[in-house]
Design a protein around this ligand. Structure first.
Ligand code: HEM
Length: 378
């Protein structure tokens, strides 16, 4: 139930041990005035600092203000602890130049090259209306009410400057981002996040997660890039697949999560191993082989996804899947090659459909009480 520090060199909610619940939202900026956008980012930062500490969104609070005015907090988190709430912000490519090519806020020359639109991947079935967006906010908490409350209050504060473009709830983490956490399971029933980048791997985080000085525009130093993919999982078809087939598709066992041919979850994958039949123990078209750094020029990701079920799809199936989120230093060298390799050959594709996509530049952390989200960009 405790609070996660809001101020820091990097934003919270990235290497923070993945909380249980997610409410993710993407906004479009409706004002064309740079000053209004900057004011909003200042106001949001103050509110985010309060909310993550377990306070009301505004200084007066849900019930202590004038009876004649709408309260500066909506009230549904009264009495709830901070619940590990983190709020993490990111800026989409369209903030720098909108669909019509306009540089509304005078920041187009500060757009990082790494924020290049993702290419079309084989099999993509993307709905643009539920992807992209000018600004995203990831709210993670151990209590869904706390996460939703935070997003709702940021939207309320942003009224007149931003409109909500799309949003996604996640009910269970599918990744661990710390060695202190047990590995959770995704909706295929497999442990997910075993070979993830973890908070304790500080050298690897410098190499693969945090933007370093000289990588691009200085305002992103200490930041990172987020790729989101809403991936529908055809769980009904998966559930009619044999256990052996499921394990061959993933490349790990379902029980312990050990790589095929090994005993322990954290045993090293041996991509070279062949069985008595001469075949590769970790199959050529298995997910872990194709996603592995050795297959992708050493590329790694910090995965931080969530399970979702958005009701049912009208065809007798659950609208279930994985809201994939991955943080990285440069998507052009990490997500893009890995997803290209997966899209081409992954045996899992038969059971997946990528239905939405997002890409955001997440600035470094807010360092002092008068600093604000993205200050160095403006
Ligand atoms: C590993 C499931 C999509 C990248 C894994 C593992 C599972 C899994 C069960 C093994 C456990 C682990 O090491 O975490 C899924 C499912 C997906 C999905 C169900 C879709 C619904 C993706 C996507 C990417 C990705 C879109 C990136 C483009 C990785 C990576 C690993 C991994 C990098 C670690 C490979 C290694 O180093 O051994 N995934 N995954 N996955 N996945 Fe996925």
């Amino acid at each position: 139930g405790g609070a996660v520090a809001f101020l820091g060199e990097h934003q919270a909610g990235i290497t923070t041990p993945a909380q249980d619940r997610l409410h993710f939202v993407a906004f479009d900026v409706t004002t064309d005035k740079r000053a209004d956008l900057v004011d909003l980012l200042r106001e949001w930062t103050l509110a985010a600092a309060r909310l993550t500490a377990g306070h009301d969104a505004g200084p007066v609070g849900a019930v202590n203000g004038s009876p004649e005015a709408p309260p500066d907090d909506t009230g549904e988190a009264l009495g709830l602890p901070p619940s590990g709430l983190t709020l993490t912000v990111g800026f989409g490519p369209t903030l720098f130049r909108d669909a019509g090519g306009r540089d509304r806020f005078g920041i187009a020359d500060r757009k990082p090259a790494a924020l290049a639109d993702l290419p079309h991947f084989r099999g993509d079935a993307l709905d643009p209306a539920t992807g992209g967006g000018d600004i995203c906010v990831q709210a993670c908490a151990h209590d869904p009410q706390v996460a939703v409350h935070a997003i709702r209050n940021l939207a309320r504060i942003g009224f007149g400057a931003v409109s909500m473009r799309w949003s996604q709830l996640g009910f269970g983490r599918t990744s661990s981002t710390s060695r202190a956490q047990a590995t959770p399971r995704n909706l295929f029933g497999f442990k997910d996040g075993t070979a993830n980048l973890k908070a304790e791997d500080t050298a690897a985080l410098r190499q693969h997660l945090w933007v370093q000085a000289g990588d691009g525009p200085a305002w992103m130093t200490g930041g990172t890039y987020l790729v989101t993919r809403k991936i529908r999982m055809m769980i009904e078809t998966w559930d009619r697949t044999s256990l052996a087939e499921q394990e061959a598709i993933v490349g790990r066992t379902k029980g312990t999560g050990a790589p095929l041919g090994k005993r322990g979850e954290f045993d090293e994958l041996n991509l070279a191993a062949t069985g008595a039949d001469g075949k590769q123990v970790i199959p050529a078209d298995s997910h872990v082989r194709l996603a592995h750094p050795d297959t992708n020029g050493g590329a790694r990701l910090l995965r931080r996804g969530y399970n979702f079920v958005d009701g049912s799809d009208g065809l007798g199936r659950l609208g279930a899947g994985l809201f994939f989120m991955a943080y990285q230093r440069d998507p052009r060298r990490q997500f893009v090659p890995i997803q290209t390799s997966l899209a081409r050959n992954d045996a899992m594709n038969e059971y997946l459909r990528h239905v939405s996509s997002g890409l955001y530049a997440c600035p470094p952390g807010v360092r002092t009480a008068d600093d604000f989200w993205g200050r160095a960009l403006f």
